[in-house]
Design a protein. Sequence first.
Length: 121
Amino acid sequence: MVLANWLEEIEATEVEHFVSYNCRKIYGTNIMSEHSFGSAVDIASINGISLRTEWTKNSANGEYLRQAGKAACNHFANALTPDYDAAHHDHFHLDNGFQRICPLSTLQRVKRAALKFAAGN
């Protein structure tokens, strides 16, 4: 559902992905990747626009991808873009794992506070 919401927000009609489920550790660590739990996806292309070739371009396609990367943080705890590191140079890595790279939006903070209040915490 989270992925669908993000795709709707960015008006994606076509997506190419590398991988979702892949039982493995995060490169260079002993920590299991979110891919190991089927809770991550790597997106290589949106609407025919390749992250590998268009991410850094000063063009409408490059801007679309950069905005899509920013919007991903509205839906995911982690939205790693090609700017994150060399391992992600050609894709978005999206997951809702325990680590959080994306900051919580104001709406997300309000929702969490309301849930805590309702639970009596």
